[in-house]
Design a protein around this ligand. Structure first.
Ligand SMILES: Cc1ncc(COP(=O)(O)O)c(C=O)c1O
Length: 438
């Protein structure tokens, strides 16, 4: 049971013995936090976040050229997380005007704001031109819009073109992005056309981006995509003279959500694979070495996050023991969206042995609102707290107000202190945009 503890932030400890044993994270007692801030409650452990950045920095240090780490803010973005990214001099990947505004408010250096988007609205594009250091161009229509702006005398940030290498990685179909029928990015022919257009209009085209998908555990399938990218760069260079100063193979490295996912292969394996592949591939094709940018989301923030729920009821159906929680698909859509498999521990006496399998269901009016299925679990009773690890990525970021639910509060845990970084939504928030009938 206690290998489950390895899914939690690196500061997770069981403090006390016997009936008083409790789960502590970041030096904070989870029972106290739930009493003070209520549940469902999300926690981010700063030490775990910092350690994740250090793993990427260490892995990139072997690359002989310039490197950059871009935090993919789509995994989870708020003012505090953007400030944290800036404190590590991370670049920040923003999708659209909303995230750009958060990055600016957090004081992220303009040069380090990188804007993605598969169909950027006019407002998104205007915000990106105004505030970003890099726009990653998804399609030729977007490029034409940027050309029109440049022709009007607008100074553009650096532009990187997003390529769709046409090779899929092994992950859930909803998390694949690089395959040939993906909605993301340019085909090889479009990429070449984009470079020619850029040259004709003197655009600041400086980089190539591709992103193969999310939550994969083996770097090897990136190899064929990287080869396809470098083959294309060799063709582009011989036909146009253009070379990529910056190359980003996106993000996508996976994390462990369940004890069956342990041990999780290291970030060093993943980054080493890309870094070596890029060096070898460039040498083979006689291409200059670009700056290498990585763009992780999940693998930077997932493990640092914990979701804390209170069990309201325990129900037995013919074949199941249900623990009914006070949160579910509105704060974590991943199990319903892609069958994501999670684990959990009771907060008090977390080392208790399992009394059988449990199904952890949420309170919402959907049969799919089941956070965890068939998990060996102790004999948890109503009123107890349950902590779900690896909750820092794509939970709050994808949350909703389904059934009029209120988004949870979010805390920042740092050396025994808990700081509120996002307050719980209120009923007034729910109606803030509503207007009465005339
Ligand atoms: C363009 C791009 N970059 C980076 C990421 C981050 O992926 P992950 O959180 O799996 O690292 C995504 C996620 O889908 C993405 O679309």
């Amino acid at each position: 049971m206690l290998t489950r503890l390895d899914l939690f932030p690196i500061t997770a400890r069981i403090v006390g013995d016997g009936a008083s044993a409790r789960l502590q994270i970041g030096g904070c007692d989870l029972t106290d936090l739930a009493a003070q801030f209520g549940t469902p409650l999300y926690l981010y452990d700063r030490a775990t976040l910092d350690t994740a950045v250090a793993a990427y920095e260490g892995a990139l240090s072997a690359y002989p050229g310039p490197t950059g780490i871009t935090y993919a803010g789509k995994a989870g973005m708020n003012l505090a997380l953007a400030q944290w990214a800036a404190s590590h001099a991370l670049w920040l990947d923003c999708t659209g005007q909303g995230e750009i505004a958060v990055a600016r408010a957090a004081g992220v250096d303009r040069a380090q704001i990188l804007v993605h988007g598969v169909n950027k609205s006019p407002e998104d594009l205007a915000a990106a031109v105004d505030a970003a250091g890099v726009i990653v161009v998804d399609n030729l229509d977007e490029l034409q819009r940027l050309i029109a702006l440049a022709d009007d005398g607008v100074a553009l940030p650096q532009l990187w073109l997003r390529l769709r290498p046409g090779v899929a990685v092994e992950t859930h179909a909803y998390r694949q992005t690089g395959q040939s029928d993906s909605k993301f990015g340019l085909s090889s022919d479009e990429f070449l056309a984009g470079i020619r257009l850029g040259q004709a209009h003197d655009l600041p085209l400086t980089g190539l981006h591709f992103h193969q998908g999310s939550h994969f555990h083996d770097p090897a399938p990136i190899g064929p995509a990287l080869d396809a990218v470098l083959d294309l760069l060799a063709v582009v260079r011989s036909e146009t003279g253009w070379t990529a100063q910056h190359l980003s193979p996106g993000g996508g490295w996976g994390v462990a959500y369940h004890e069956d996912d342990l041990p999780q292969p290291s970030v060093a394996d993943y980054v080493g694979f890309i870094s070596n592949g890029l060096q070898g591939g460039c040498a083979k094709r006689n291409l200059p070495l670009p700056a290498l940018h990585v763009e992780p989301g999940r693998s930077l923030v997932a493990r640092a996050g914990v979701a804390l729920y209170r069990v309201g009821a325990v129900k037995r159906t013919p074949n199941r023991r249900w623990l009914l929680l006070d949160g579910g698909m509105s704060d974590n859509i991943r199990p319903a969206l892609y069958g994501a498999r999670y684990s959990a521990l009771p907060v008090v006496q977390p080392g208790r042995s399992a009394s059988g399998s449990a199904w952890l269901g949420g309170p919402y009016c959907e049969s799919g609102d089941v956070l965890i299925q068939d998990l060996p679990m102790a004999d948890v009773t109503p009123g107890e707290l349950v902590a779900v690890p690896a909750s820092g990525a794509y939970h709050i970021a994808m949350s909703s107000n389904y059934n009029g639910s209120l988004r949870p509060a979010v805390l920042w845990l740092d050396q025994g202190e808990a700081h509120l970084i996002q307050r719980r939504e209120t009923v007034a928030d729910l109606m803030r945009r509503d207007l009465p009938l005339p």
